[in-house]
Ligand binder design. Sequence first.
Ligand code: PLP
Length: 240
Amino acid sequence: MSIAENLAKVRAEIRAACQEAGRIERDVTLIAVSKVHPAERLVEAYQAGQRVFGENRVQEMQSKAPEVRGLPDVEFHLIGPLQNNKTGKAAELFDAVDTLAELKTAQRLSSAAITLDKRLPVLVEVKLSSEEAKHGVAPGDLPALLDVIAPLEGLEVCGLMTVPPWDEDPEKARPYFRHLRELRDAMALRYPRLQQLSMGMSNDFRVAIAEGSTAVRVGTAIFGARPKPAKEENDRLAEA
Ligand SMILES: *Cc1c(COP(=O)(O)O)cnc(C)c1O
């Protein structure tokens, strides 16, 4: 299937999930995750009407930028962890950072955004499982982190993001999605702007929508399986 066909299918599934949940389709943003795929594939999705994209590495975004950053109305979200030494580049290349989890990174990103005369929308990534590899702030540390990030002038904290442990059965992700929504509801009492919930991927976005997701991050269902980089390329990326 072509990217246009895949997009149509994913959009139809989002519509159906919204209907089932009694939600408005407009309230769920589809973020097309184009990481690892070449810029031409992204342009193909753009030509099929897609406007919001997710990339997980600053460096990869930088290399694709000449081909895609100038497309009218296009929007790029950083959905991978942000390193402190890349905050300047990230503020320049992205329209939103959905993975903030540390104060130091937030402070640097805010300063970079102010220098660029930008106010950057950000989400705080919450780690809801005990998996070693997962990135994000522990739920118990979220209130304290929000208290220090919310006043930063270069950032606008808009919500929360999470990545549950991978499981073939999408129902296994439901408790994590529900937990994130409950956290958002609790935090929104203090920070009313905290409305967004970035949760749900190719395998489980329907469940995420049922649990209140406002942004689903879909890669494989739109672009197909991600090409595996050659080993040398992998090593180089690991160092980047
Ligand atoms: C890669 C990635 C996705 C997309 O995953 P698919 O299963 O291909 O839809 C979503 N979110 C994050 C944070 C990712 O890194």
